[in-house]
Write a protein that binds this ligand. Structure first.
Ligand SMILES: Nc1ncnc2c1ncn2[C@@H]1O[C@H](COP(=O)(O)OP(=O)(O)O)[C@@H](O)[C@H]1O
Ligand SMILES: [Mg+2]
Length: 266
């Protein structure tokens, strides 16, 4: 067994992800496409946000990365390699998805975190929890990392559960981290702390961040806008405000016409 990687850093290896003219139809959907012609790349160290209304195809798009489904058209590359050529277990070691719905089981916090990697040391747990801004609240619990969750144990808030599930994904030291609308229960301050800590934890981490709130993605390196399975915009917040009608509509609905923030202050 290889020695554990240093706890303060994710694997030194980095891998970007690229979608090349990707299309997808769910079986039984009568050929209706959940995705069509999506071409998009995210480099190591970059955070690419994905926005779009419910049903736009955001979760479907990211589920193709670890091959939960296989695209019906086009190619997906991980670190430049067609991901269908990778062994599925190797591929899934590289990619961690934190799903929309948090799944924690009855057991201690440490057990739940080690579900990501049962060989993780206590300092691995703490480094990952710190990167997900969970360490502090864990230390306020009487049992610390040995606190029992679930039946008969401590009930955590929605935001605390989300931070634990992010920490659990980091324990595996993924090269590609996918956050599927899993910061929705965090207040804005905690959410930006998590994002800053994630950057420090894995400076070469490739991060796909799905979010409903524009305020959650406004500082992403780039933002991709999906609409009805198609990529209709790609750029920074300010670029999209100028050039993407779908993005402007989402901003209007969240902030009102007058109060749409501009990052560069123009
Ligand atoms: N497991 C599934 N089987 C069939 N259709 C699905 C499934 N999951 C999602 N869809 C459909 O695919 C489209 C995109 O859904 P999804 O990727 O979940 O959108 P988003 O995450 O942006 O809300 C929707 O029309 C949705 O109804
Ligand atoms: Mg979704």
């Amino acid at each position: 067994m290889p020695p554990p990687a240093p706890s303060a850093a994710i694997s030194a290896a980095a891998a970007g992800v690229s979608f090349e003219d990707v299309g997808f139809s769910y079986e039984g959907s009568g050929g209706e496409r959940a995705l069509s012609g999506v071409t998009l790349a995210c480099e190591p160290g970059e955070t690419l946000a994905i926005v779009g209304s419910t049903g736009a195809g955001k979760s479907t798009l990211v589920s193709l990365v670890p091959r939960l489904y296989d695209q019906t058209e086009g190619v997906l590359r991980i670190g430049g390699v067609d991901h269908r050529q990778l062994d599925v277990s190797v591929l899934r070691e590289k990619v961690a998805i934190v799903p929309q719905r948090t799944v924690l089981f009855t057991g201690t916090i440490a057990d739940n975190l080690r579900w990501g990697d049962e060989t993780a040391s206590q300092s691995d747990l703490e480094a990952a929890a710190a990167a997900a801004c969970a360490h502090e609240f864990i230390m306020t619990l009487q049992g610390g990392y040995d606190t029992m969750l679930g039946q008969g144990g401590v009930n955590l808030s929605g935001g605390q559960k989300q931070r634990l599930s992010i920490a659990r994904a980091l324990i595996r030291r993924p090269q590609i981290l996918i956050l599927d609308d899993c910061t929705s229960a965090l207040d804005a301050v905690t959410e930006s702390k998590v994002k800053a800590a994630l950057k420090a934890y894995g400076s070469k981490l490739t991060c796909l961040l799905i979010a409903q709130r524009i305020s959650s993605v406004i500082d992403a390196d780039r933002i991709a806008v999906l609409d009805d399975g198609r990529l209709v915009g790609l750029g920074t917040h300010d670029e999209l405000l100028l050039g993407c009608a779908v993005y402007r509509d989402i901003c209007r609905s969240q902030f009102g016409e007058e109060a749409i923030p501009h990052v560069s202050g123009i």
